[in-house]
Design a protein around this ligand. Structure first.
Ligand code: DX5
Ligand code: ZN
Length: 242
């Protein structure tokens, strides 16, 4: 299958784009949806490198959020890559719709996708970068056979479903272990960490091997998203130089 057409061509005529690590990916889950254009512009001005969009179906997780319609609207607001995190059952049914809407990175949950080679290939065929997400209690070994096919692994550091939860501390060691396993296997997959990420743990996450840092409430909590994104982006910039 050829790449599906997007409404807006990707910058530089490229297909999927992964940002240079370490990259700040604000999650809009806690943003003000009545002023999404302003929120996105502010986070972008503060140093966001991509936007993380949380898709929830009320089945895989006990919450419902956005679909392709809103992804398409956000795609018109920014040239940064859109990182679509599918917290949904039967993700294969919706991957093409999200790719058409403008998703550059698409992740599915291992816990919701039993045929991962097929699903990952479908994401790639749609012209997006494939990733697989793991809940905090799911061991990294379940991805061993497919490391080489992934552009990124998303380690959840909270149980998915809601913004503003507390970082589950043992995930820090899981990041380090995954980095080591990827290096041993020669796989190039990047590591994304999502949930409870903020100024207190973002540098340690990078030091342990994280490449993409998702931050929801640490950026969007109603106060100065530009300044809050800038503070996190500055921490990442310093962590990169070490
Ligand atoms: C949780 C979502 C996260 C969430 C992160 O299910 O996957 O992306 O928005 O929000 P914070 O950073 O507030 O934990
Ligand atoms: Zn997420």
């Amino acid at each position: 299958m050829a790449s599906v057409p997007r409404e807006k061509p990707r910058a530089g005529g490229k297909t999927a784009r992964l940002p240079l690590a370490p990259a700040l990916a604000p999650s809009i889950l806690t943003a003000d949806f009545g002023h999404l254009a302003d929120e996105i512009a502010a986070a972008e001005a503060g140093g966001a490198k991509l936007f993380h969009l949380d898709v929830m179906d009320g089945h895989f997780v006990p919450n419902m959020t956005i679909g392709p319609l809103v992804v398409r609207a956000i795609d018109k607001l920014t040239d940064l890559p859109l990182d679509v995190h599918l917290m949904i059952e039967r993700p294969d049914l919706y991957i093409e719709a999200f790719a058409r809407a403008g998703a550059d990175l698409i992740s599915v949950h291992q816990e919701a996708a039993p045929h991962l080679h097929r699903t990952v290939q479908l994401i790639r065929d749609c012209g997006a970068s494939p990733g697989v997400a793991l809940n905090p209690a799911t061991p990294i070994g379940v991805l061993e056979e497919i490391f080489g096919d992934l552009d990124f692994v998303l380690l959840m550091s909270v149980d998915p479903g809601f913004g503003g939860q507390r970082f589950i501390a043992p995930v820090m060691k899981k990041v380090r272990a995954l980095r080591a396993r990827l290096e041993e296997s020669g796989a190039k997959a990047k590591i994304e960490v999502d949930g409870g990420v903020g100024p207190d743990n973002i540098v340690a996450l990078v030091e342990n091997g994280a490449d993409i840092l998702v931050a929801g409430s640490a950026v969007f909590d109603g106060r100065d998203p530009r300044g809050r994104a800038r503070a996190l982006a500055d921490l990442l910039e310093r962590a990169r130089r070490r």
